[in-house]
Ligand binder design. Sequence first.
Ligand SMILES: Nc1ncnc2c1ncn2[C@@H]1O[C@H](COP(=O)(O)OP(=O)(O)O)[C@@H](O)[C@H]1O
Ligand SMILES: [Mg+2]
Length: 160
Amino acid sequence: MIACSTAAVDETRALGGAVAAVVDTGDVVVLVGDLGAGKTAFVQGFAATLGVTAPVTSPTFTLANRYEGRLVVNHLDVYRFDCPEEVNDLALPELLDDGVTLVEWGDTISSALGAEHLSVTIRFGAGDNDRSFELRGHGESWQRRTDRLSAALEPWASPC
Ligand SMILES: Nc1ncnc2c1ncn2[C@@H]1O[C@H](COP(=O)(O)OP(=O)(O)O)[C@@H](O)[C@H]1O
Ligand SMILES: [Mg+2]
């Protein structure tokens, strides 16, 4: 587990950008955290690092947005799903093959997303702009990248 913290939205964007430096097509990032935690902000920085110039907005009403940068970035928000089976409407296997996929509230559809993923849990901190992050790599490909990811996230590392 990698623990980090930020104290401003731009720091969360930068942290997302640092994670993007270690991803490739087919990767899945699951974002967990209450409304306003900073999931979309994380995706904004992540997409920017991958060369996405289009504005990244919450896909709450569209379920999935697709952005083209150096990689394709799929941005999903499954908050409005009435039931986990709605995931079947998404053509998820094709989507996952097509690019790197970030899923807000993805823990609710974890079985459909597969065992290989990075989970990012965001919590509110003491001050209005404080957020804490827990990043956990699941599966072999993320285990292999743990050291690289820790190094990339060093600027935001929380003291143990
Ligand atoms: N450290 C921080 N990290 C991320 N967002 C922050 C931070 N501090 C304040 N904010 C604010 O919190 C909100 C996060 O919104 P958003 O990224 O849309 O959250 P979510 O997608 O989790 O609902 C934004 O209004 C942002 O300006
Ligand atoms: Mg959001």
